[in-house]
Ligand binder design. Structure first.
Ligand SMILES: Cc1cc2nc3c(=O)[nH]c(=O)nc-3n(C[C@H](O)[C@H](O)[C@H](O)COP(=O)(O)OP(=O)(O)OC[C@H]3O[C@@H](n4cnc5c(N)ncnc54)[C@H](O)[C@@H]3O)c2cc1C
Length: 439
């Protein structure tokens, strides 16, 4: 690699063409700065990917999908700006709540457990109030709630069905075992939804009528000539005067770099000077969201079925798209590849029969975000200790001329598409404040 012969110079190089990178690059371009987006994959969108389910003409989301414009104002703003069509998530026509060996189709937990479950809801609300509006309070001691969901007494000590119901939601939203996700991760998120436990359900209120692609392509359109796909960044060198960004066969320079690389793969890139210890420690801590989003073309799954189960190979299931031939496309979320092989018809069929005993699976498809070298995981979640060990603050300050952004490190809506957009907007403003305006 030739690091002494830069081929190009721009004001800002943005690493990553997901929602964070495209938002930041678009904003800076509009404000008159020269930008270049370097993206390792051969497509835009990062951890969103809308494409056809094989053998059908129906496109589905393999990554990020749902949102709520009522709460996620940065995303709502972009949707309105480009006139992107969104649809409401249809109301389920039937429910299946499976905990232990029990199946319920009406109340999610047994009526006899309502009273004790209410105490847990109160405890959740008390925790939510400690992150007003979803923000962390520097003066607050979070040690009692920055703990694993499975270690937190108000959940752990519930009667079995209610505890398993809570674990099912924790596993689905965490894409991991409830032992690997912090209570604080959820209570902060629910606070951002206006202190609302039912946001676990209501937050998935809408999706794009024509996929996430419809929005990111609209946002990227003005900077299309400034995006290089299939260009993986290997090394970032801050010389003190400018930044050299080294890819496989080229070196580019910029006054500033915005790095939106997912935290689970950040340490794959070499930084000179080396990343501060707190940043590389946070990246090593990473997140444990290894969600497996399994799509299946099925028969005999009830129309509009929505289900949640624990323990189960698939913790959350939704019958999303009825097709003309009487089959339907069903999506399920699991996290344990020992329990669920989303590329295998029999494995997915066995998992779906937990919800629909007569389910037949004709075809399956998925994207393995955990094996993907550009993500090494799905969406970001806070593992136990993320906040009290100081990782949540690690990415707020720039490292010399390198600024960090992305939904993994977002202050608002971390882990969501909205968080990526919010973080992209903020980092563009931060970088702008450090650069001389050129037009
Ligand atoms: C299965 C799944 C389901 C999800 N469901 C939802 C949902 O329903 N609602 C929701 O709001 N969110 C959801 N999310 C999360 C959401 O998709 C992400 O939080 C968001 O898209 C991340 O955007 P980003 O720009 O921060 O990161 P990314 O989209 O990951 O973008 C970072 C980019 O950097 C690139 N990159 C990485 N390393 C390099 C390198 N060395 N050189 C060059 N480029 C590099 C990557 O290829 C990528 O394109 C889901 C995610 C997954 C995976």
């Amino acid at each position: 690699m030739n690091v002494t012969a830069p081929t190009d110079h721009v004001d800002v190089i943005v690493i990553g063409a997901g929602f964070a990178g495209i938002t930041a690059a678009r904003d800076l371009h509009e404000q008159g700065y020269s930008v270049l987006v370097l993206e390792g994959r051969d497509r835009l969108g990062g951890r969103t990917w809308y494409r056809e389910f094989p053998g059908t003409s129906t496109c589905v989301e393999y990554g990020g999908t749902w949102f709520s414009t009522a709460w996620m104002t940065s995303l709502a703003r972009e949707i309105a700006r480009y006139g992107i069509e969104v649809v409401d998530q249809p109301s389920p026509q039937s429910f299946l709540w499976a905990t232990g060996d029990d199946r319920r189709t009406h109340a999610p937990i047994p009526a006899g457990e309502f009273g004790v479950a209410e105490k847990t809801i109160v405890a959740l609300h008390e925790a939510m109030r400690r992150t007003p509006g979803g923000g962390l309070d520097a003066d607050e001691d979070y040690r009692d709630i920055d703990v694993a969901c499975s270690d937190w007494a108000p959940i752990r000590d519930l009667p079995a069905a209610s505890r398993d119901f809570a674990y099912g939601w924790a596993a689905m939203y965490g894409g991991c075992d409830p032992a690997d996700v912090s209570v604080l991760h959820y209570t902060r998120m629910l606070a951002e939804f206006g202190n609302n436990v039912t946001a676990l359900y209501d937050g998935l209120a809408q999706k794009f009528a024509h996929g996430t692609r419809s929005l990111i392509e609209a946002m990227a359109e003005p900077i299309a000539d400034h995006i290089r796909l299939s260009t993986t960044v290997r090394r970032v060198i801050d010389t003190g005067g400018l930044v050299r960004v080294c890819c496989d066969d080229t070196v580019l320079t910029a006054d500033r770099v915005i790095c939106t690389i997912p935290i689970n793969v950040l340490n794959n890139v070499e930084f000179e000077p080396a990343l501060p210890e707190n940043v590389s420690a946070a990246a090593s801590f990473g997140h444990k969201c290894m969600s497996i989003k399994a799509w299946a073309r099925t028969r005999n799954v009830p129309d509009g079925l929505f289900g949640l189960a624990w323990p189960a190979a698939i913790q959350w299931v939704s019958n999303e798209y009825p097709l003309d031939d009487g089959t339907s496309l069903v999506v399920g979320f699991g996290y344990d590849e020992a329990e669920l092989d989303a590329t295998d018809v029999d494995s997915v069929a066995a998992a779906l029969r937990h919800y629909a005993p007569d389910a037949e699976v004709l075809a399956v498809d998925t994207h393995d975000w955990t094996a993907d070298p550009f993500s090494a995981g799905a969406w970001s979640i806070w593992g136990p200790g993320w906040v009290v060990d100081g990782h949540a603050d690690a990415f707020t300050a720039p490292h010399g001329r390198v600024h960090f952004a992305g939904s993994d490190v977002a202050v608002r809506w971390p882990g969501w598409i909205a968080g990526a957009i919010d973080s992209g907007t903020q980092v563009a403003a931060e970088v702008r404040s450090t650069l001389r305006r050129i037009s």
